[in-house]
Design a protein around this ligand. Sequence first.
Ligand SMILES: Cc1cc2nc3c(=O)[nH]c(=O)nc-3n(C[C@H](O)[C@H](O)[C@H](O)COP(=O)(O)O)c2cc1C
Length: 148
Amino acid sequence: MTKLNIVYASEMGTAMDVADKTEAIAKDKGVDVVQFGMDSVSMDELKTMSKLMIITSTTGDGDLPMMGENFWNELSESDLDLSSIEYSVCALGDSSHHEFCGAGKKVDGRLLELGAKKILDMHECDGDTEGSEEWATLAMDKLGVLPN
Ligand SMILES: Cc1cc2nc3c(=O)[nH]c(=O)nc-3n(C[C@H](O)[C@H](O)[C@H](O)COP(=O)(O)O)c2cc1C
């Protein structure tokens, strides 16, 4: 079974809760899953994550949470070939802000530019976590990480 990697960035804890819930759903389904804080993931490690779920909130003005800043700086400057990655993003934000779900949009766009394959459109949570569990279940199915 191929390992599922959950990479999250959170400022106040909501995206972390979504990551924990996603991990719990995966374990419940018998998926081989590992969760990483975004600040602990190097570009070399990222390249090996063939099945990837990214969960990030947005802070500032469309910015990544502090724990995702280095990751974003490296990803945006990188010219890595990420064509071995299949992924989907769950973005948390609030549409009262100008750059709605800006962090998720940045990461999603950059992964695509570097050749990663988007297996499911980004899910956007507006002021809450609605739809994130459905996103998680569907993404696991599309990533092909569910045991037979
Ligand atoms: C200081 C601050 C700045 C924010 N900036 C944005 C933003 O630019 N775009 C957006 O969509 N949401 C923005 N949000 C909303 C958060 O992304 C949203 O509340 C999210 O659920 C928080 O998740 P977290 O607890 O994991 O950080 C901001 C929230 C705060 C407190």
